[in-house]
Write a protein that binds this ligand. Structure first.
Ligand code: GDP
Ligand code: ZN
Length: 406
């Protein structure tokens, strides 16, 4: 449509603009007077976020909260929203105010060690309490189907009937998520606040599956968790040279690698020190020796994933995840949910960045969008034939690439 000047229309535009400005000003005044009112009643103290921080998180930078989940009314964003609600939506605000008051009366701070079917077992230090989440905690708004997850630091109140109510979830520093089975657009938090993933493989029985290791490396990195590769059953190594040539390259790529045998005890001391004082998620096929390794690290420590996942499969999506406390400090997370984690929403063009050796050569390919499959003058394939890139890693790359959406 040709643009022509229409003085009348221009005028009405000005009027509109003016009215918008006036409305904005009115809104600002209203917000400010509400803010003042709140300050007078002492209900909106700015620095209160600190009060909610677990002691060990005090030094944290905001940027470290990858997921910015502020379920509590303590964060700055929440504070603003609250003022806004009080100003414009008093009914909702009243509900918020009540929530804030209940928060102030929360009895305990604890750690969620088990989650199953909407019930959470919260470790309070000297005992555990089975808790329901408070009705007002809404997951959908945050893009998650579950508000509370294993690993969450929570504030709870006793319900007077032997159980408890989760009043608030403290900000998370990491979240291991997977797409929800029923609500694909939503994510389900499997584990909150984990530090690292222990990717367990066995050299034989079952034979080492490098592609799965590579998939877990990507998944861990995408979830901001430090990956540690643990190759178990090294007592079954017959050809030392083949073994070293297969596993050592991961070290060269900068990954932490530990070699263990739950049978002979080799590497167990190292494993123990890696697990110390951290929250570690276990990943790996069944049968690779996860339970045996944990029992070697700490006699009596038992995984339960196998028994639960057998029932958990099928129609019911109940994923029972547990946090096992290590006597020496730290936690191990046992979850059947790990199988599906990590690669959702990853697109083909993003894959190379998770293979440092491929990412290093890719800029030298002739085509900027080279898929490194059969394009001419591909620096990555050249790197494979010259031995700079391991054939097995290139194979993983191709396999994973083919499984990803374009
Ligand atoms: P999980 O399913 O990963 O927990 O594996 P398990 O700990 O149940 O171990 C599976 C099988 O492998 C059991 O029969 C273990 O005895 C055996 N196993 C575990 N670790 C080792 C190991 O280091 N060497 C050998 N040879 N067998 C092992
Ligand atoms: Zn290429």
């Amino acid at each position: 449509m040709p643009k022509h000047r229409d003085p009348l229309n221009e005028r009405s535009l000005h009027v509109e603009q003016h009215e918008r400005q006036a409305a904005k000003g009115e809104r600002r005044r209203k917000l400010q007077s509400t803010k003042k009112k709140l300050q007078r009643t002492g209900k909106s103290k700015r620095p209160r976020r600190k009060d909610w921080m677990p002691d060990d998180l005090d030094g944290w930078d905001d940027a470290e909260y990858t997921y910015h989940e502020r379920i509590m009314p303590a964060g700055e964003r929440e504070r603003r929203r609250r003022v806004e609600r009080l100003a414009f939506r008093p009914a909702e605000a009243e509900e918020d105010e009540r929530a804030v008051e209940t928060l102030a009366t929360a009895d305990w701070r604890g750690l969620v060690v088990e989650a199953s079917a909407g019930l959470y077992r919260v470790d309070l230090g000297d005992r555990t309490l089975l808790c329901r989440p408070r009705g007002v905690l809404k997951a959908e708004e945050l893009g998650f189907t579950n508000v509370v997850a294993v690993g969450d630091q929570v504030l709870v109140r006793e319900d007077g009937a032997g159980g408890g109510i989760v009043e608030a979830v403290l900000p998370r520093r990491s979240a291991l998520v997977r797409p929800d089975v029923f609500y694909g657009h939503l994510q389900q938090v499997i584990v909150a606040n984990a530090d690292q993933v222990l990717i367990v493989a066995s050299w034989r029985e079952p034979v080492i599956w490098l592609e799965l290791i590579d998939r877990h490396l990507i998944a861990a990195e995408r979830s901001n968790l430090r990956p540690i590769i643990c190759v178990n059953k090294i007592d079954l190594v017959d050809d030392e040279a083949v073994f070293q040539a297969t596993v050592q390259p991961y070290r060269a790529l900068g990954y932490r690698l530990i070699l263990t045998s739950a049978r002979t005890g080799a590497g167990v001391k190292q494993l123990r020190s890696v697990l110390h004082a951290r929250t570690t998620v276990l990943a790996g096929l069944s049968g690779v020796g996860k339970s045996s390794l944990l029992a070697a690290v700490q006699p009596g420590l038992a995984l339960r994933t196998g028994a639960v996942s057998a029932r958990g499969e099928g129609r019911h999506t109940t994923v029972q995840t547990t946090l096992l406390r290590l006597a020496a400090g730290g936690f191990v997370v046992d979850t059947p949910g790990i199988r599906e984690f990590g690669l959702s929403d990853l697109h083909r063009h993003e894959l190379a960045q998770f293979f440092p050796e491929i990412a290093a050569l890719a800029p030298h390919c002739r085509f900027k969008d080279c898929a490194h499959s059969d394009e001419p003058e591909c620096a990555v394939r050249a790197g494979v034939s010259q031995g700079e890139i391991l054939t097995s890693r290139y194979h993983s790359y191709r396999q994973i690439y083919a499984s990803l959406p374009t």
